[in-house]
Design a protein. Structure first.
Length: 424
């Protein structure tokens, strides 16, 4: 990687990591906060990509820093990254020495793999040890390694917004702009990006809401709800509105959605998104409320979507800062699980003759299998296996595993998602 980064990058990247860990914010927010405190010499995109790589590989770099520099501080981790990825600051002799040392350290890592494969996977793919241990209960080592490896790989999906543009027309315009992609066979409005000439956000199609970024896993959640014209759908954690807009797209604007979220700021973004995407706003009723406490009126609602707040551990390819946060605050998992169960139990207790899809962008069973397992025991609701998108079974060490689904990055090409369907 031929980029010119030096001591200024060490200070900058280590501060980004500090902000993520102590403010518990996304990498994007931490990067934004830190950039105004530093004089950056290289283009912003260079810094962003480099910092992302540091954060994504934090545990591996900590291991390398201990061996190469005798320290595991944030600055040592960034210095280790520079030693592994740049040549500009080192003489040829020193570069040879670094390479030889890295090879030796890699050999030590392979020795760890033979003796303690879970520690090896935690270091190699930079996931908190408790996550690796939890996942190992439901899959063998080779499957787990493929899973973790693909979770680290960023895959960009686009959705063509057929409320504003014909699919064939959108495809031609994307091709004219130099975007290379592969259409999903089952859902041709979903496109996996394979290359582009200029940043996608600069394209007119994006600015006009003709094409929007949405991961395949996120789309599969809505597709498993099977929205139809005439449905009255409660979207209980709706903002910023991407799934609501897909509901309206799939029903050609003929469903009715009650879109609820606790954040007024996110709901403001949702209102702007609905207008941008040409959603019939008269059929989307946006309300600020906490779905743990909301009271439902009447029996008109026949379908419910709960894409609940979670750790977002399935989205580490998009926000590698999640790994740092969970490493420092593993108790967040139980806190989010409690929120999820509170939302589900409140809504399920008020529904009658309705279908409910509960999903989380999480790879952790505490936010998936364990939540719905508890719900079925307490409320006696029936689980029905989600049958859209060829989802994998849930983690096999849980009683509900064959009645729930998971989007697996190494199989489906989307983010890590849990998906379940309940009949109330």
């Amino acid at each position: 990687m031929s980029i010119e980064l030096g001591d200024d990058f060490v200070d900058f990247a280590s501060e980004v990591m500090y902000i993520i860990e102590y403010r518990l914010v996304s990498m994007d927010k931490a990067f934004h906060y830190a950039r105004f405190r530093h004089r950056l010499r290289a283009p912003l995109r260079v810094y962003y990509n480099a910092v992302s790589d540091v954060v994504r590989n934090y545990a591996y770099l900590s291991f390398m820093a201990r061996q190469l520099l005798g320290s595991t501080s944030r600055k040592a981790m960034v210095k280790a990254w520079l030693m592994l990825n740049t040549n500009g600051h080192y003489s040829r002799r020193l570069r040879r020495k670094v390479r030889a040392t890295v090879e030796e350290v890699e050999g030590r890592l392979l020795e760890i793999r033979d003796k303690d494969p879970l520690t090896y996977l935690s270091i190699r793919y930079s996931f908190p040890r408790f996550i690796v241990e939890e996942l190992s209960k439901g899959m063998n080592i080779s499957e787990l390694e493929a899973y973790l490896s693909h979770l680290n790989r960023r895959v960009t999906w686009l959705r063509v917004n057929t409320l504003k543009i014909d699919l064939d027309r959108a495809i031609k315009l994307l091709e004219d702009e130099g975007v290379e992609f592969r259409q999903n066979r089952q859902y041709p409005f979903m496109l996996m990006v394979e290359g582009y000439r200029k940043p996608l956000g600069y394209l007119r199609l994006f600015r006009q809401g003709l094409v929007v970024p949405q991961d395949l896993a996120s789309a599969l959640v809505v597709l498993n709800l099977k929205p139809e014209p005439g449905d009255v759908i409660l979207d209980a954690c709706a903002a910023p509105g991407m799934k609501t807009s897909l509901i309206m797209q799939l029903t050609e604007g003929r469903a009715e959605v009650i879109a609820v979220d606790v954040s007024e700021g996110r709901l403001s973004k949702m209102r702007r998104l609905m207008r941008l995407m040409n959603v019939n706003e008269s059929r989307v009723h946006i309300a600020r409320s906490d779905s743990r406490l909301i009271k439902l009126k009447g029996g008109e609602i026949n379908k419910v979507l709960i894409d609940a707040p979670c750790t977002s551990s399935g989205a580490v390819s998009k926000d590698p800062g999640i790994k740092l946060i969970l490493d420092r605050r593993p108790n967040l998992v139980n806190r989010q699980s409690a929120v999820q169960y509170a939302i589900l139990s409140n809504i399920v207790s008020q529904l009658k003759d309705a279908e409910l899809v509960y999903a989380t962008c999480s790879i952790l069973p505490e936010e998936g299998e364990e939540v719905v397992g508890r719900l079925t025991e307490v409320f006696g609701v029936k689980l029905v296996k989600p049958d859209v998108g060829g989802l994998s079974d849930g983690y096999r060490n849980y009683p509900v595993s064959q009645l729930v689904g998971r989007v697996m990055p190494h199989i489906h090409g989307g983010e890590g998602f849990f998906v379940s369907k309940l009949l109330v």
